[in-house]
Ligand binder design. Structure first.
Ligand SMILES: Cc1ncc(COP(=O)(O)O)c(C=O)c1O
Length: 342
C-alpha cells in the first residue's frame, strides 16, 4: 500500500473506479469530424455551466490558455497580466513562440490586480509601441495560494477592458474552486470574459483535459488552431467521459478539499515556525514561507517521512489538498511537522 501523503498538486489524483467505468463505457466517435457524442456532450455541458455559446475540449490548460491569447491577437501585440500568473511563468514561453506575443506583467496583491493598474499599463497606441490587445486574469490564483478573484474587482477591470476595446481572457483552471468557495456560479465569474479556460484535471480529479469557452466564432477559430497545433484527437470521448463524470460527482466535494486546506493552514500557523496567515487560505492551496530555512531542506525532511510538498521559490512551499487526501493524512502531516519543526 502506498503510504505517501502527496500534497504537491491537485493534478496527481488517480481516477476512481467509477470514473474508470464511465470512461470505458463512453460512446465515442471521431472528434476531428465533430462526431464524438461524449466530447459533444462535455462541450455542451461546460458551455452551459459557464454561460457561453460554445466550448472546445482541449488536451491541457496550457493549450486552452494559449489558444485563447492566439485568437485575440496578432504577432507583436501585448498581453497584460499579473507577474505571478501561470500564462506568463509556467507555459514554456508559448505565447512568444506560438503567437509572437510579448507580455507586460504587473506586480499584484496576491494575484489580484486593480482596474487602475490595468488602465495605467495600456499603451496609448503610438505606432512604435506594441499594441495592447489582451488582458488575462487567473481565478483562483495558483502562485498566490488559491486566491479567489473578488467579483467586483473583475467587473471594474472589465469596464477598463471594454472602454479600450481589448480582449479579456480568464485562466480558470480552478474556477470550480472559486465557485464552491463563494457560492457564486461559474457563469457569474465567466460573464465578463471573452474566453475562459477551465481544467478538468485539477481539483475535479479527471486524468486529462481542459475546456475553452467563448463566442461561437471564437471557438470555431480555436478549433482550427487546435488542429494546426496537433491537438485534434479522434475517439477522445474516453477522456471527455472522465470530465463529465467529474463535473457531476466531484464538484461539490471541493468544499472538503477547502476545509482540509484550512485545517492544514491553521495547524501550520500554530507551529509558529512558518510564515503563514491561515485566514488567507480560501480554497485548496496552502502556501507558507519557511523563514530562513531553505524550502528544499524542509522538503527533504518531509520526504523522509513520506510527505511530499513542492517548493515555490527558495523559501516558499506549496501544499495542495485534493480528492486523494483524507483528513487522517492532514492530521498525520501536522503531527509529523510538529515533531520535525518545533
Ligand atoms: C492556474 C493554472 N493555469 C493553467 C495550468 C495549466 O494546466 P495544464 O497542466 O493542464 O496544462 C495550471 C496547471 O497547474 C494552473 O495551475
Amino acid at each position: 500500500m502506498n503510504t505517501t501523503i502527496d500534497l504537491r498538486s491537485d493534478t496527481l489524483t488517480q481516477p476512481t473506479q467509477a470514473m474508470r467505468a464511465a470512461m470505458m463505457n463512453a460512446p465515442v466517435g471521431d472528434d476531428v469530424f465533430g462526431e464524438d457524442p461524449t466530447v459533444n456532450q462535455l462541450q455542451d455541458t461546460v458551455a452551459t455551466l459557464l454561460g457561453k455559446e460554445a466550448a472546445l475540449f482541449v488536451s491541457s490548460g496550457v493549450m486552452g490558455n494559449q489558444l485563447a491569447i492566439k485568437l485575440h491577437s496578432q504577432p507583436g501585440d501585448e498581453v497584460i497580466c499579473d507577474a505571478d500568473c501561470h500564462i506568463f511563468n509556467y507555459e514554456s514561453g508559448a505565447g512568444a513562440v506560438l503567437s509572437g506575443l510579448q507580455f507586460q506583467t504587473i506586480s499584484s496583491n496576491r494575484g489580484i490586480l486593480s482596474a487602475s493598474q490595468i488602465e495605467a499599463a495600456i499603451r496609448p497606441g503610438a505606432y512604435w509601441e506594441p499594441q495592447t490587445r489582451v488582458v488575462a486574469l487567473e481565478n483562483t490564483h495558483n502562485k498566490a495560494g488559491g486566491v479567489v478573484y473578488p467579483l467586483e474587482k473583475i467587473h471594474a477591470i472589465a469596464n477598463v477592458v471594454q472602454n479600450h476595446h481589448l480582449a479579456f481572457h480568464l485562466d480558470g483552471a480552478r474556477l470550480w474552486n472559486a465557485s464552491i468557495a463563494t457560492g457564486l456560479p461559474e457563469a457569474t465569474y465567466a460573464a465578463p470574459f471573452d474566453t475562459v479556460c477551465v481544467c478538468l484535471s485539477k481539483g475535479l480529479g479527471a486524468p486529462v483535459g481542459s475546456v475553452l469557452v467563448g463566442r461561437k466564432e471564437l471557438i470555431e477559430k480555436a478549433r482550427r488552431y487546435r488542429k494546426m497545433w496537433g491537438g485534434g484527437m479522434r475517439q477522445v470521448g474516453f477522456l471527455a467521459a472522465a470530465g463529465l463524470y467529474a463535473l457531476e460527482h466531484h464538484r461539490e466535494r471541493l468544499a472538503e478539499d477547502h476545509r482540509l486546506a484550512k485545517k492544514l493552514a491553521e495547524g501550520l500557523g500554530e507551529l509558529g515556525t512558518f510564515d503563514i496567515e491561515p485566514e488567507k487560505t480560501e480554497t485548496n492551496i496552502v502556501m507558507f514561507g519557511t523563514r530562513n530555512q531553505p524550502a528544499k531542506e524542509i522538503l527533504a525532511s518531509l520526504l523522509k517521512e513520506g510527505i511530499k510538498m513542492v517548493a515555490f521559490g527558495s523559501f516558499t512551499i506549496r501544499a495542495t489538498t485534493h480528492i486523494d487526501i483524507s483528513e487522517g493524512q492532514i492530521d498525520k502531516t501536522l503531527t509529523i511537522m510538529k515533531r520535525l519543526f518545533t
